[in-house]
Design a protein. Structure first.
Length: 242
């Protein structure tokens, strides 16, 4: 094969490559840099989705068994707000117990099943008050009514006459433990003057109602101790360190 034939073959290959490249370019659209030129294929067999429907989500929050195991109270935003509902434990449609524009949380059923304790704040300000709602008729009672003090996480005494809970004044850096008598609203401070880097949380009553155990932890959550306190506030001691 002479030089002229080699040059002819190379020229043919170059022309073929250029033709193929031109055809590929014709089939493939160029890079779109203008957002207004971007389009998508329409699909007509789907349900229309409005922005309102997209953001209408239902959640289930805290829940608690009734003492007789026949009902379950729970927090849900089925109505648009986190209110308390009750549903039979054997299934069925739930009944709304609280009707409020304010959210509820940390529900606890009383030992005799008459009341459900919970905390609720005001327009999301996290300054929680302690409330009771009647499990039979939805009557609501504000136990604390302290706009500048937050009360959270109530735990019932075995006789159903008192509540223990964590309490934090608005300007305070930490939580203490209080006990309130339901009928008189008399408050006993189980802890006070706790070091600013420590908080007292999660009170639990003994079966005889004489003692309350709670956790004291540091702000970083890296160290905690378990304390035992007489429910009448008489004395307290550390039972375990972790």
């Amino acid at each position: 094969m002479n030089r002229a034939e080699i040059v002819s073959i190379l020229a043919t290959l170059l022309l073929a490559g250029a033709s193929a490249l031109a055809q590929t370019s014709a089939r493939s659209p160029g890079v779109i840099t203008d957002p207004t030129q971007i389009t998508s294929r329409q699909k007509f067999d789907i349900q229309p989705f409005t922005v309102e429907k997209l953001y209408m989500t239902h959640t289930i929050g805290d829940s608690a068994w009734s003492p007789d195991d026949k009902q379950i109270a729970f927090v849900t935003n089925i109505s648009g707000r986190n209110n308390i509902w009750v549903v039979p434990s054997q299934s069925g449609w739930p009944t709304q117990l609280t009707v409020s524009n304010q959210r509820q949380a940390n529900i606890a059923w009383s030992p005799k099943g008459r009341w459900i304790a919970y905390n609720s704040d005001y327009d999301g300000n996290e300054q929680w008050d302690l409330f009771l709602v009647s499990a039979s008729n939805g009557q609501v009672v504000n136990l604390t009514n302290t706009p500048e003090v937050s009360e959270e996480g109530a735990a019932w005494s075995p006789d159903g006459e008192k509540l223990a809970y964590s309490v934090k004044p608005k300007q305070s850096p930490n939580y203490e433990i209080d006990v309130i008598e339901i009928l008189t609203k008399k408050i006993t401070h189980l802890t006070s003057n706790t070091a600013t880097q420590l908080s007292n949380l999660n009170p639990i009553w003994s079966r005889d109602g004489k003692w309350i155990v709670f956790t004291q932890q540091d702000a970083a959550g890296k160290n905690a101790n378990i304390f035992l306190a007489a429910s009448n506030g008489a004395h307290r001691h550390q039972s375990h360190a972790s």
